[in-house]
Design a protein around this ligand. Structure first.
Ligand code: PLP
Length: 394
């Protein structure tokens, strides 16, 4: 037996374990101090009542012979795919429900989609980046090239025609930078991908945070995207499903290459390797699109948006440069006093007992930057902001 030695090339991710180690050491040495965490990318508000009611009723259906469900369609039940289709239609995007595939979350599909692509494709990813794109391609032995996301380009790199890429990752609104592409910028990317015969893997996991109408909530709002893009989306941040697990991927029918159709390949891949998301979970997810569900999830999203605005206002008052905060739950700030990411991490922990995420953990261009998240409670956010403000104006 021979193992996949590409695994030797995956950098160990020490970021969150290093953070946990430092925070644990600090709390052990200072048991009297209250540490406030603005580092996590997980939601904190519970599922919406409409979702809970749908979950309960689906559980009851499972107890009755007439309504019990066994295996479902691998690509998802029509009731959920049609609800998602309606959601896209309201954004002005016309899809066929067969272009929508239900999954247990965006992370799985982002990794699994790579089954459809030859190992010899060149992959283009921004730096800094959500590490999953890099690690999944490294596992498959693909060549990765990086595009610089920097303060100069607002952490939104644009296409460079001198670079030949086959698979392009775009994440907007971005994790970790919070930066979000405008429709005009995405038009440039779509033009580049169609010109190069490349595919854009578009991660829209944070689309629900977009408030500005000049930004795209889906790459399919851009003409020409249906011949060059696949979109990944999730109920995780939209509706608090990080633990419940449900997402969806849009694979247009118009993408063809090498005598193959991408949509048909993905259906074949999913029906071969995946047996679908639980009926109960899909029922809960469908409730997100009811009038009541939409009203309730928007209330939750508004709580996080207000937290983001509170953090962003603090940065404005301190004169600290940042991206995100608006259209995103993340605030990506330049570390004050020319500190490195980890120096600022230590400085905040020791002097304000606030935990964030050092930007250097997301790539070399993240050095000197720091990520704060809006997913905490209002009380924690307000207290953390007050402590940061006090520390940095002392
Ligand atoms: N994409 C991005 C950019 C993320 O930040 C995350 C989770 O934090 C995911 C995808 C994963 O989403 P899911 O929970 O649907 O797997």
């Amino acid at each position: 037996m021979k193992l996949n030695t590409n695994f030797k090339n995956i950098a160990e991710s020490y970021l969150f374990s290093d953070i946990a180690h430092k925070v644990n050491a600090y709390t052990a040495a200072h048991p009297d101090k209250k540490v406030l965490r603005l580092g996590i990318g997980d939601v904190t508000l519970p599922l919406a009542p409409a979702v809970i009611a749908a979950l309960h009723s689906a559980v009851d259906e499972m107890a009755v012979k007439e309504t019990f469900k066994g295996y479902g369609p691998e690509q998802g039940y029509a009731f959920l795919k049609d609800s998602i289709n309606g959601y896209y239609a309201r954004k002005g995007v016309q899809l066929d429900s067969d272009e929508i595939f239900i999954s247990d979350g965006a992370k799985s599909d982002l990794g699994n989609i790579l089954d459809l692509f030859d190992r010899h494709n060149t992959v283009l990813v921004p730096d800094p980046v959500y590490p999953v794109y890099v690690d999944t391609n490294t596992m498959a032995g693909r060549k990765i090239i990086y595009m610089n996301a920097t303060a100069e380009n607002g952490f939104l790199p644009m296409p460079d025609y001198s670079v030949d890429a086959d698979i392009i990752y775009l994440c907007s609104p971005n994790n970790p930078t919070g930066a979000a592409y405008g429709k005009e910028q995405l038009k440039e990317w779509v033009k580049y991908a169609n010109n190069k015969g490349a595919i854009i893997l578009y991660d829209a996991a944070y689309e629900c945070f977009i408030t500005d109408d000049s930004l795209a909530r889906s790459i399919f709002e851009v003409e020409g995207a249906k011949t060059c893009a696949v979109e990944f989306c999730s109920f995780s941040k939209t509706a608090g499903f990080t633990g419940t697990r449900c997402g969806y991927t849009v694979v247009p029918k118009a993408i063809n290459a090498d005598g193959l159709n991408l949509n048909k390949m993905w259906l074949r891949r999913q029906t071969t390797k995946f047996n679908g998301v639980p009926y109960i979970v899909q029922k809960g997810a469908a409730a997100v699109f009811t009038e009541e569900g939409q009203r309730q999830i928007k209330q939750n999203i508004a709580v996080y948006q207000q937290n983001a605005a509170i953090i962003a206002k603090c940065m404005d008052e301190l004169g600290i440069w940042y991206t995100g905060g608006k259209n995103s739950p993340y605030i990506w700030l330049r570390c004050p006093k020319c500190m490195t990411s980890w120096q600022f991490f230590d400085y905040l922990l020791e002097n304000a007992q606030v935990v964030g995420t050092p930007g250097a953990g997301f790539g070399k261009n993240g050095e000197g930057f720091f990520r704060l998240t809006a997913f905490g409670s209002r009380e924690v956010t307000e207290e953390a902001v007050a402590r940061i403000k006090k520390l940095l104006t002392e």
